[in-house]
Ligand binder design. Structure first.
Ligand code: IPE
Ligand code: IPE
Ligand code: MG
Length: 236
């Protein structure tokens, strides 16, 4: 593998295991989520230090809406707190923050705040952090299909012009490259509807660590594991 390929340009993370961490410490699940924010902050820092260009964090899935109302409310409150201070601190450090998902399902204040945050222009960002909120890979693909069908019905695109590249451009964040590395904490070995289209050739690293225990060291270990992989993309 060529040297420049050893560092992924885009790292995506399924931050799983907050609830089990809390149970292990005899605490309510929401404490695990609160502790998980700290782990996310450490990983953002570690990615900036390592020279990663894009980091996508799976914060809340479209299926997570089916959790008990009090847990959903607690997660939304955590986002509100995060938006109040932490996001601005990131932007001061030249870290750009974007969002991906069906944001229209989020409470009004959070949706508005997300729009404000992503409108802040950062010149030559050190790192772009994408927060996946109310995100589902199948929903994203269905939404892209709908967008293209509308464009075709309006005569703006010919059905014959709908190829892989056109489809990629219809996704939520067409300018963000496909993830090179996907990390999932919490021990489960599945992708749980995350980045289905973009993940076609993504390298996956599973960590047994519950997300609140995931450290900068664990991130660096995953980067080392990635560097040792041989990406063939179907070739020999
Ligand atoms: C991930 O942790 C955070 C979210 C899905 C919001 P979980 O809440 O899924 O934690 P476990 O998997 O139940 O331990
Ligand atoms: C995936 O974790 C979603 C996030 C980390 C936000 P889940 O805990 O929701 O996934 P499953 O239910 O184990 O597949
Ligand atoms: Mg989970």
């Amino acid at each position: 593998m060529k040297e420049e390929n050893r560092l992924p340009a885009h790292v995506a993370v399924i931050m799983d295991g907050n609830g089990r961490w809390a149970e292990k410490h005899n605490l309510p699940r929401t404490f695990g989520h609160r502790k998980g924010v700290g782990a996310a902050e450490a990983v953002v820092e570690a990615c900036a230090e390592a020279g990663i260009s894009y980091l996508t964090l799976f914060c809340f899935s479209s299926e997570n809406w089916n959790r008990p109302a009090d847990e959903v409310a607690a997660l939304m409150d955590l986002l509100r707190t995060y938006f109040k201070e932490d996001v601005r601190r990131l932007q001061e450090k030249k870290i750009r923050v974007l969002f991906s998902g069906r944001l229209e399902r989020l409470p009004d204040d959070i949706r508005q705040k997300a729009a404000e945050v992503s409108a802040v222009k950062i010149e030559n960002p050190r790192l772009t952090v994408v927060l996946a909120l109310s995100y589902g890979g199948r929903e994203e693909i269905a939404d892209a299909a709908k967008k293209l069908a509308r464009a075709a019905a309006a005569g703006d695109i010919s059905p014959d012009a709908i190829d892989e590249a056109a489809f990629s451009r219809a996704l939520y964040l067409p300018d963000v490259p496909d993830p090179d590395l996907l990390i999932r904490s919490g021990g489960e070995k599945r992708v749980s509807n995350f980045l289905l289209w973009q993940g076609a050739y993504t390298e996956i690293v599973f960590s047994e660590k519950l997300w609140p225990d995931f450290s900068k060291e664990d991130l660096r270990a995953a980067l080392n594991e990635y560097a040792s992989r041989n990406r063939r993309f179907g070739r020999v």
